[in-house]
Design a protein around this ligand. Structure first.
Ligand SMILES: Cc1ncc(COP(=O)(O)O)c(C=O)c1O
Length: 386
């Protein structure tokens, strides 16, 4: 029987490659109760075509949250409902690029976003990501090179907060510099903000969108990580001229709101206060899981491996000792009962000296055992190489 989930899990393997939530943490009761309230209200347009922007109830609630958490002064009119960040990125590319345009991406970056970009007839150019997020000097050099060649970049796709795959966040001063460069070179920054709610060491850094509301930013927000990916629900928060171009898309003209049912239900979840409680539960649970994985990695990883503790999100990125390739390590790790996502999967240049571990799907004991198996695989590979 075909699998009903995105990634089938294999028996006997602790699948640290899989960046998905623990099914036990999906808020079934909360969604059922909110859907019941929405369906019982005859004034609710849950089952109609929606407006192209989506239900005001949800957009108002999202705007209120951005006001309290980031000081963004917005209303429902500033936001568009999306069917999650994947769909919002697709819409942004379809609406704001033309064939032959240059689209900048970080290297490494979220591999499945690369797949969405590649569905469009654009040229993808990579900009390196460092320990503090995208390297502004490298970005400036790429932009200057394009300008010299009489070209420009149309979009930059970036994940500045709790990155996938590296877990790093763009440092504060770099956020400003990136926005200055984008403004000077007229590049639209597509800010993928999918992990914002999953902050484990204090508040998430303010978004690029909140850092300078006059900069050309399209921020993509999602409920996939804070509620459930099956809702297929997110929102777009963009500078007014960009938002108007996105809202003019034919797909919204034809179908109205792309996620009318889910948006109606989640609007009620946000209003009820249940959302805050659920996000608090996720933060507590995932903080403990991150800490369990980090503790075990510190204890077991052989010398020469490096990693930084992520302050939020789903992932720890481990850099391997010299000469070890993550892709070559993978079969050895799987034979010992653990998987990971090798660096080459996320890199335009096939950089393979790192690997991504997800700490959301499994409990603390399995994560610790996964780290132990991974360390054993790395130790064996190093001994074989040496
Ligand atoms: C960086 C990033 N963007 C987007 C997505 C997908 O978002 P959505 O479920 O809202 O389409 C993910 C999911 O793993 C992700 O890690």
């Amino acid at each position: 029987m075909p699998s009903e989930t995105q990634t089938p899990l294999r028996a006997g393997i602790i699948e640290l490659a899989v960046g998905e939530p623990d099914p036990a943490l999906l808020p079934r009761d909360l969604i059922r109760a909110a859907a019941g309230r929405a369906l019982a209200d005859p004034g609710d347009a849950l089952l109609s075509y929606g407006s192209r922007e989506g239900p005001a109830r949800l957009r108002e609630a999202v705007a209120r949250r951005a006001a309290t958490t980031e000081g963004l002064r917005q209303g429902a009119g500033d936001l568009l409902v999306s069917a999650g960040n994947s769909q919002a990125l697709e819409l942004t590319l379809a609406t704001l690029t033309t064939p032959g345009d240059v689209v900048l991406v970080e290297d490494p970056t979220y591999h499945l976003a690369l797949g969405i970009v590649r569905d469009h007839p654009v040229e993808v150019v990579a900009v390196p990501l460092g320990d503090e997020g995208i390297e502004p000097d490298a970005l400036e050099a790429v932009l200057a090179g394009l300008r010299k060649a009489g070209r420009r970049a149309r979009l930059l796709y970036t994940i500045p907060t709790f990155d996938n795959p590296t877990g790093v966040s763009l440092a504060g001063p770099r956020r400003r510099r990136l926005l200055e460069l984008a403004t000077a070179h007229d590049v639209v920054v597509v800010e993928d903000d999918v992990y914002r709610e999953l902050a484990y060491d204090g508040a998430a850094p303010p978004s690029l969108r909140a850092t300078d509301t006059s900069a050309p930013v399209v921020r993509l927000g999602s409920f996939s990580k804070s509620l459930a990916p099956g809702l297929r629900l997110g929102w777009i928060d963009a500078r007014a001229d960009l938002r108007e171009r996105l809202a003019g898309a034919g797909v919204l003209e034809s179908g109205g709101c792309v996620a009318q049912f889910a948006a109606g239900v989640v609007g009620r979840v946000l209003e009820s206060g249940d959302y805050d409680a659920h996000v608090a539960l996720l933060r507590r649970t995932y903080t403990a899981r991150r800490d369990a994985l980090v503790r075990a990695l510190r204890e077991h990883l052989p010398a020469g491996c490096r990693f930084a503790v992520p302050a939020g999100g789903y992932f720890v990125w481990v850099t391997l000792p010299d000469d070890l390739s993550a892709s070559e390590l993978l079969p050895r790790a799987e034979a010992l009962g653990v998987s990971f996502a090798p660096g080459a999967r996320f890199s335009r240049h096939g950089a393979d000296d790192g690997l991504r571990l997800s700490f959301t799907l499994y409990g603390e004991a399995a994560l610790a055992e996964g780290a132990r198996r991974l360390a054993a695989a790395i130790g064996a590979a190093a001994a074989h190489a040496g």
